[in-house]
Design a protein around this ligand. Structure first.
Ligand SMILES: C[S@@+](CC[C@H](N)C(=O)[O-])C[C@H]1O[C@@H](n2cnc3c(N)ncnc32)[C@H](O)[C@@H]1O
Length: 468
């Protein structure tokens, strides 16, 4: 499922070519850093290649509060024919399998470049010409370029022009009718909005890991747009209380609207900085009103902001090592508040959608070393999904410093005309141990090159002593 549209000024057209392979463009320092952990027998290469493509299935979560998966499956099969709708092995998912060979190309391809989105096109292009469409990954193309662009570009599909080159820059409307896209997916917008929710499978697995029971008091520390909050509510049959926090009112409104759409009533959504839930005199009244106390919650989900390096498809990611290293300290901070709020015996699930071990296994290591928690596995029926965590660790600060030095001038160029110079600043390197073999067995890592989904990480903890 293609879930990202590209801004129109990233598109150029050129004479038709065959479909070619491409890989996600990442900052060289990030590639080298990830290579310290992943580059076993070229594995990182396959991961980066996989990131450039969408998973072959689109998944939907059935709202089991309003319908059964059988009834939704039937309704969807009728509406989405000839796309094949299947049930996932765990109960509340539905999948669309996109069979590249048999299905007609989807003409509503989101890459269709609307005029004036075409940035560059070789001279002589007329209406009804067959062309290939590319994205200018580094945003370096000057509008109006008449020759084929030699910089880094990513092929996204073939199409037929609806107008001549000169009209690209004057008329409005569709400039290229896409005939072959790299990605196709069924049209899902607005189909049974109250009965299902578009969500990737590892995210669905995360809510199952929490094993919420009816009547539980739960916190979702970083909840917007509410995908996991609403799933947890479903799994506890809308019975209990979920406090769902996010940083600002707009984001929280999105959670409320989703809950309303899915007929969920057990969620209390608030605009809060979750690192400060237990701080500040001015919030004392609010805490008393809603009984937000240390050591008092049955379950906590911590799905913090992360570098998102498991998201796919992704053409280009300009984050450098300094950006990448900024996430883990924040995640640890959120972890600290989360664990204080949890009851002894309560469950905390930690998840990210990144491949970065620093935000995954190393946050788990940090938690095991600093808080009274133990790692536990997820539900038995989901244990075959994903694979164990990494035990590999970076051997020394020197390895990272070496990368910083060697890639300092090699970062992804700033977009054309941008004032922002991307510098590889000095970064504070904090080394962490990784997981022991038996600990790595308990966490789940979803590998985009093997699991046909996004890159994801889940760990589940039980609190074993109080922190007072
Ligand atoms: C990975 S997203 C959460 C996705 C969500 N759990 C879901 O499944 O729909 C991370 C969220 O954390 C929020 N966030 C970041 N810092 C926060 C903080 N200090 N307190 C609360 N929310 C925060 C961001 O605004 C963002 O919406």
């Amino acid at each position: 499922m293609l879930n990202r549209n590209y801004t129109l000024n990233e598109i150029c057209v050129a004479p038709m070519q065959d479909l070619t392979t491409f890989r996600t463009v990442l900052d060289p320092s990030v590639v080298s850093f990830l290579g310290l952990y992943h580059d076993i027998e070229g594995h990182l290469e396959s991961v980066i290649n996989a990131l450039a493509r969408p998973p072959s299935v689109t998944s939907l979560r059935v709202n089991t509060l309003l319908c059964s998966s059988d009834s939704l499956l039937k309704d969807l099969s009728d509406v989405l024919s000839p796309y094949k709708v299947e049930r996932h092995q765990s109960k509340d998912h539905c999948l669309w399998r996109m069979d590249i060979q048999k299905l007609p190309w989807t003409l509503s391809d989101p890459f269709t470049p609307q005029q004036p989105g075409v940035l560059a096109a070789v001279s002589g292009i007329q209406a009804e010409d067959k062309v290939s469409v590319y994205i200018d990954v580094d945003q370096q193309v000057h509008k109006g370029l008449r020759v084929e662009f030699e910089g880094r570009k990513v092929f996204v599909g073939n199409g037929t022009t609806t107008m001549s080159r000169s009209a690209f820059y004057k008329s409005t409307g569709v400039a290229v009718r896409m005939t072959e896209g790299i990605y196709r997916s069924p049209p899902l917008n607005g189909i049974f909005p109250e009965k299902c929710y578009l969500q990737n499978i590892p995210s669905m697995i995360t809510a199952h890991y929490l094993e919420a029971r009816e009547g539980d008091r739960i916190i979702d520390m970083c909840a917007s747009p509410g995908g996991k909050t609403s799933h947890i509510a479903q799994l506890m049959r809308n019975n209990g209380t979920i406090f769902s926090f996010d940083r600002n009112e707009n984001k929280v409104e999105v959670i409320r609207q989703l809950c309303q759409r899915l007929a969920i009533t057990c969620v209390r959504a608030f605009a809060m900085d979750s690192t400060k839930l237990l701080e500040g005199e001015e919030q004392q009244k609010w805490r008393e009103e809603f009984d937000i106390r240390p050591e008092s919650f049955d379950r906590i989900l911590l799905d913090p902001p992360c570098s998102g390096l498991g998201q796919r498809p992704r053409m280009r990611e300009s984050m450098n090592l300094v950006d990448l290293f900024s996430y883990a300290p924040y995640q640890r901070k959120l972890f600290h508040t989360a664990i204080r709020l949890l009851k002894v015996g309560g469950v905390l699930v930690y998840s990210t959608c990144t491949l970065n071990p620093q935000e995954n296994e190393e946050v788990v290591r940090y938690a095991l070393d600093h808080f009274p928690v133990k790692l536990v596995g997820g539900p038995q029926h989901l244990s075959s999904l994903g694979s164990k965590g990494l035990t590999w660790r970076v051997k020394s600060e020197g390895e990272i410093e070496e990368i910083m030095k060697s890639t300092r001038d090699e970062h992804i160029p700033a977009p054309h005309g941008s004032q922002k110079k991307r510098k590889q600043k000095q970064v504070k390197i904090v080394m962490s141990e990784s997981l022991k073999e038996e600990e790595a067995e308990l966490v789940r890592r979803f590998d985009p090159s093997k699991d046909d989904g996004i890159g994801f990480f889940i760990a589940k903890f039980v609190k074993i002593a109080d922190m007072r």
